[in-house]
Design a protein around this ligand. Structure first.
Ligand code: B12
Ligand code: SF4
Ligand code: SF4
Length: 328
């Protein structure tokens, strides 16, 4: 069944932190071959969830949601938090970790997407939907590309001409076809620029494929490795990142342009007040506190934030590596 293009007023979108959104009815990623090449070159490194039985599921949205007719794709901004961190020369944490009121974006953005679905259901009570937000086997950058929201940068980020790349991508896959033209696809605006490639301390960006060599990436090392492990070569040239890495975004002119236009902002809710402890503490304090914690008490402490993912062993590995590789 065909439905009219949904209209969301600006105030509603602003309240949800959405800076842009788009629609696509194309269930197949345009960059499927890039993904396959990436896997065959073994660039996925330790990220086995990208190579296991879920890999072929990414070839069509219908594999995970057979009723799929359209996707509404939203960009959830965290640039004001990035600006706040940059003003403080604070690089310990990737900005997305703090950009959603200190909470784990998987919950915060899922709530927001549910609010949008509720709004759609007021008009279309028989609407069915599935939330796309990191967890399902979907190539989400490609989905946003098909919805006309940006291009794939050399750093492999989805970049929007107006809003740069400090946003997360969340989508609603719905069982209705929307009366609208397919989005015009964004063209490449990296031009001759190579700033992200030059700035990456661990040489994790492959310029030919415009993808990341996951095992060299500081983001992989600090978020996805849950055991003790040596840091990637070049870590000493980092800025002291201990959870996630924004270096290849911070140097991007499209981000600088957008940051120049906005105000800095950080909001941590009372629920996540302990996140303030993380921001304010130095390496030694963090190390002392965490080395006394059991795995269970650590998870309980950071529950509901993005920080609990690598567990206490993973965190101690990050802190040890940060101590051993003080920025030069
Ligand atoms: C695994 C993963 C990672 C891994 C691997 C990242 C990678 N680049 O492959 C690690 C842990 C390193 C990581 C790090 C980060 N991630 Co991550 N990650 C994912 C996840 C779960 C899957 C990505 C994936 O499938 N990778 C496989 C590669 C091959 O696919 P891809 O990255 O989507 O790249 C596509 C394009 O680059 C395109 N492409 C490449 N070259 C070319 C050339 C041409 C001509 C064309 C047409 C296409 C094309 O093809 C690829 C396949 O579709 C997604 C969520 C999701 N379900 O999609 C989030 C996601 C990509 N991550 C996200 C974020 C925010 C980050 C970090 C910024 C977090 C941080 N600050 O530490 C960093 C950024 C690192 C970087 N520069 O990419 C966001 C990106 C938002 C955006 N604006 O792009 C996503 C979409 C999560 C979300 N829901 O918002 N991540
Ligand atoms: S996130 Fe950091 S380590 Fe990974 S590619 Fe970007 S700059 Fe390099
Ligand atoms: S830094 Fe330059 S090359 Fe890298 S993504 Fe931004 S515009 Fe593209």
């Amino acid at each position: 069944m065909l439905i009219d293009k949904p209209q969301f007023d600006n105030e509603f979108l602003k309240e949800l932190g959405i800076v842009d959104w788009g629609i696509t009815s194309d269930d197949k990623p345009s960059s499927w071959e890039h993904y396959q090449n990436w896997i065959s070159k073994k660039f996925s490194g330790p990220l086995t969830y990208l190579t296991d039985h879920r890999m072929p599921l990414r070839s069509s949205l219908k594999n995970i949601y057979p009723e799929f007719q359209s996707a509404l794709v939203f960009l959830f901004d965290y640039a004001p938090t990035k600006k706040w961190l940059l003003e403080k020369n604070e690089y310990k944490y990737a900005a997305y970790t703090l950009g959603f009121e200190g909470g784990d974006y998987h919950y915060v953005i899922a709530d927001r997407l549910n609010k949008i679905a509720d709004k759609l259901k007021e008009k279309h009570p028989d609407l069915d939907f599935k939330i796309g937000l990191d967890v399902l086997p979907i190539l989400e950058r490609d989905l946003a590309f098909r919805a006309g929201l940006g291009w794939f940068g050399n750093n492999s980020m989805l970049i929007n001409r107006k809003y740069g790349s400090y946003f997360l991508i969340g989508s609603l896959l719905i069982n209705k076809k929307i009366k609208t033209n397919e989005a015009a696809l964004e063209t490449d605006h990296c031009g001759q620029c190579t700033r992200c490639i030059d700035a990456c301390p661990t040489l994790a960006i492959n310029p030919e494929t415009r993808t990341i060599i996951a095992e060299k990436c500081i983001s992989t090392y600090t978020i996805e490795i849950f055991k003790d492990a040596p840091a990637p070569e070049g870590m000493e040239k980092s800025r002291g990142e201990i959870f996630g890495c924004d270096i290849c975004q911070d140097v991007c002119p499209w981000n600088k342009k957008y940051l120049g236009k906005i105000s800095s902002f950080l909001k941590i809710t009372e629920t996540f007040d302990h996140v303030n402890f993380l921001i304010e503490s130095n390496l030694e304090t963090l190390f002392d506190k965490m080395s006394e914690m059991s795995g269970r008490s650590f998870k309980k402490w950071l529950k509901g934030t993005s920080f609990d993912r690598p567990g206490v062993i993973g965190w101690l590995k990050n802190l040890r590596s940060a101590k051993d590789h003080q920025p030069k």
